[in-house]
Design a protein around this ligand. Structure first.
Ligand SMILES: O=C(O)CCC(=O)C(=O)O
Length: 262
């Protein structure tokens, strides 16, 4: 990891890198995302195991939105496990700017753990609840938890539900560890940062940072492609049989993911 990047990630728990993906590569990523979401909207059967709809999120966690499940139609919340939906995603994850950034953060033999497209559709997008990606009830990344990257596909602003972070909250001993992440976000509200990003920018998150994001009631969608990357000696365990963690990925860069409860 370069010194300034290492310093920022270790002290702040996040960093925003501008224009990681160049304009040409971004067009290809956009086409992939558009195609994916088009298929998901069209109820493509092959995608169904990977799609989470807004109505499902709101039915299970009503505090994520002031809308009712029947208000949000067929809006998508996320598509999980992008590599399972289409192996071509792997080509995108190999885009030079992106790949170099991953290498800067976790070394030249990065291991891939998971990926999603998180969608906040125009007018109806729910909030992302405050959480830490590690530790949590879903996944265990052990001693070398790596980094979560969020590639912004749209201009993310406070209005459309940009990602928000509580700086420093990844550090053991930070007072936020005494509270549930949503309570910590309330208590330390004046320290929260909203990460406004443009298409092609990448947000890097330490897996233990408290983060979340607001609703989208704007007229445009807000989409990010997330991917969790580990160093060469990293490992991930799926503790919840969460969609997206079940497969064993076998290429050189990918990681074998074990289930805690087969
Ligand atoms: O979509 C976002 O803004 C946040 C995504 C997120 O929280 C995550 O990938 O852990």
């Amino acid at each position: 990891m370069s010194d300034d990047v290492a310093q920022t990630l270790s002290t702040e728990g996040f960093l925003l890198k501008r224009s990681v993906i160049d304009r040409d590569a971004l067009c290809t990523w956009s086409e992939m995302v558009n195609d994916l979401l088009h298929r998901a909207h069209g109820n493509d059967e092959a995608l169904r195991p990977f799609v989470v709809y807004e109505r499902e999120i709101i039915a299970q966690q009503p505090h994520r939105s002031e809308l009712d499940p029947e208000d949000v139609g067929n809006a998508l919340y996320l598509v999980d496990d992008l590599l399972a939906t289409d192996p071509l995603w792997w080509v995108l994850f190999e885009s030079p700017g992106y790949r170099d950034f991953v290498a800067t953060l976790v070394g030249h033999e990065p291991r891939f753990a998971s990926s999603q497209c998180v969608v906040k559709e125009a007018l109806v997008g729910s909030r992302v609840a405050w959480h830490r990606d590690y530790p949590n009830s879903v996944s265990d990344y052990g001693q070398t938890p790596g980094v979560r990257l969020l590639l912004s596909m749209d201009h993310m602003t406070a209005d459309n539900g940009a990602t928000m972070v509580l700086p420093g909250s990844h550090v053991p001993g930070h007072p936020s560890w005494n509270y549930h992440p949503s309570h910590a976000a309330e208590l330390f509200a004046n320290e929260i940062r909203t990460l406004e990003a443009r298409p092609g920018d990448v947000i890097a998150l330490h897996p233990s940072i408290v983060h979340g994001g607001g609703i989208n009631r704007s007229s445009g969608h807000r989409r990010v492609v997330t991917a969790h990357w580990l160093p060469a000696d990293g490992h991930a365990i799926d503790k919840a049989n969460f969609t997206g963690f079940g497969r064993t990925l076998e290429t050189r860069h990918r990681i074998s993911i074990r289930r805690a409860h087969p």
